[in-house]
Design a binder for this molecule. Structure first.
Ligand code: 5RP
Length: 273
């Protein structure tokens, strides 16, 4: 791996081999998503606990302080909306020249396997990888399901993740599912977990993040279940402890409860490798 690519990957994936990416890109097809109406304000208190943020160039330029931020994963696919006919019909929205100008650590693109636009989205990924490799910029592929949340099972997600890796993605973002080891083991590049729509309790988030990590995910790219929670900083502290300190879901819950009440809870089993 060339120096630039290796350096960017190291900015994203920490020395313990794990990562916590914070996505605030949802507006590119959803508009002002609940609690993300002012993305700069939403993300500011979460930055100290995030290893990178996933964002479009518009929000990056307008809402993120270039002097005080984290590594950037630039969302470079889009062109569809919740009001349109088909979320899968995405194209590339941002050039590699722009990604270089913005000094990003990676670019991110959705693929829509099994849809009418499967081929276009996969060829977009392949083209982006060709350009990214030329400049030493890794590509994160997002295995998108659009409105069809029921697609999220091991058979489908392992197929999507493997295809993304075969086409050259350096990191794959996919959903947690039961038997997640089938997804992780079938994918030769690191896999991170998305959160999906908000679930009922933070404990459910701690449970699935912990399960996914145990079964081979290296971290998360998880947004709504953090910043749509009434206590976003407390949630991200719990998730961070699972990822970087090997906390159990119960320990993460205690960290969450403590943070909610302004207390600090220590986890003894900090990762060393
Ligand atoms: C939205 C995305 C998000 O980055 C991804 O879905 C993760 O966010 P969440 O945890 O809210 O699902 O790709 O376009």
């Amino acid at each position: 791996m060339d120096w630039g690519m290796a350096n960017r990957m190291a900015q994203l994936i920490q020395s313990d081999g794990r990562c916590l990416f914070m996505p605030i890109d949802h507006g590119y097809f959803q508009g002002p998503t609940r609690k993300l109406e002012q993305p700069g304000k939403t993300v500011e208190p979460l930055l100290p606990y995030s290893d990178a943020i996933f964002v479009t160039r518009g929000v990056l330029r307008s809402a993120i302080d270039p002097r005080n931020t984290k590594p950037i994963i630039l969302r470079v696919s889009g062109g569809t909306s919740m009001a349109g006919e088909d979320l899968a019909n995405e194209g590339l929205t941002t050039s590699m020249e722009e990604a270089v100008r913005l000094n990003v650590s990676a670019v991110g693109i959705s693929i829509f396997v099994g849809t009418h636009y499967e081929k276009e989205s996969l060829l977009n990924l392949a083209k982006l990888v060709d350009e990214g490799e030329r400049y030493g910029i890794p590509v994160m592929a997002v295995t998108a399901v659009g409105r069809e949340l029921e697609k999220r099972d091991a058979r489908y997600l392992s197929m999507c993740s493997r295809i993304a890796a075969e086409l050259g993605a350096r990191v794959v973002k996919t959903y947690w599912c039961e038997h997640f080891e089938k997804v992780a083991q079938g994918c030769p590049v690191p896999v991170v977990l998305a959160g999906g729509p908000q679930v009922d309790t933070e404990r459910e988030v701690f449970d699935f993040v912990h399960d996914g990590i145990q079964r081979g995910a290296i971290g998360v790219n998880l947004g709504r279940n953090v910043w749509q929670n009434p206590h976003p900083v407390a949630v991200i502290k719990g998730i961070r402890a699972i990822i970087h300190e090997n906390a159990t879901p119960q320990q993460a819950q205690e960290i969450f409860e403590g943070a909610k009440h302004g207390e600090k809870v220590e986890v003894s089993s900090k990762r060393t490798s």
